[in-house]
Design a binder for this molecule. Sequence first.
Ligand code: COI
Length: 359
Amino acid sequence: MSLQITTKLVKESRINSFDFNNIVFGRVFTDHNFICDYSNGEWKNPRIEPFGKISLSPSLSALHYGQSIFEGMKAFKSTEGEVALFRPLENHKRMNHSAKRMCMPQIPEEIFIGGLQKLLELDHNWIPSKKGAALYIRPFMFATDDFLGVKQSDTYTFIIYACPVDSYYSNHLKVKIEEHYTRAAAGGVGAAKCAGNYAASMYPTKLAQEAGYNQVLWTDGIEHKYLEETGTSNVFILCGKKVYTPSLTDTLLAGITRNSVITLLKDQGFEVVEKQISIDELTAWHESGELTEMFVTGTAATITNIELFGLKGKDYKLNMSKELVSLKMKAILNDIRSLNAPDTFNWMLKVPVDSLQEA
Ligand code: COI
């Protein structure tokens, strides 16, 4: 049975006032959003509405007790105007993983993918054609019970909205290895993409930024000895043809770009080692000259190089003058995503849109 989506369209698109040559990440949103409500154990009223403000009760449980999860994903457009989503089933899987951990209902594939497809059908003209740019899509779910007591909510809302984006980071990154604050504890919610994880990162990130860094590189919450991830992305460390990345635990977010880059690196003949990586190992690799490159991966960040890491007030610079492996990986990934290269790994879900000539 196909999903019956009620559709209320904008009177007039805002697209003509959007400057595709000057895209600021996350500021301007497309014309519509997809919304679906959950109550009495079922999802109901899937609908498309003009993007706009939503009205919330002051006692909305998500605002107080934090049952709120989200995904980040991207849609691309080929030079011929074909539209495709990058690995949407992986985002659906991860969203339901987050939902389970946060005691929220599962979202059926029909609603997740059906909502995405309908939104793209209507708003695909907002997908930038510039190389490396994309339509960033934000599916999210939050608890909507109007109740003050602490309990799992009985009602939820799922929304998908989107915005055209270019690079999240405009420069290489300076990261501070965080040895005091903790992002996630074993048995906690570090592997869930929940709002609170980002809230907890704000203060340490502010301190890192005041000290001249862009981001925090988190370490484990027990000994502050092992590398985990940055505030927005997973991390990779290259020692020649050997690439290290922290293995996935319940304190790390299982990045879909991380997984894709591992596949691409292996395909290009690199040996990828997923393991616990200590700060001591990292500094030893730097000292011996084995460390050739570091980069981060994420939906928003795509692949961004690290130019230095800071530890206990000392900066460890990386040599950025050579041909960077990350740039090669980024080019391969971008070609696949913009349908310029064969979809060898079956990552792209093409979305039929009726007006190829408009794109
Ligand atoms: C993403 O990369 O999609 C994220 O959710 C991270 C956020 C910093 C934009």
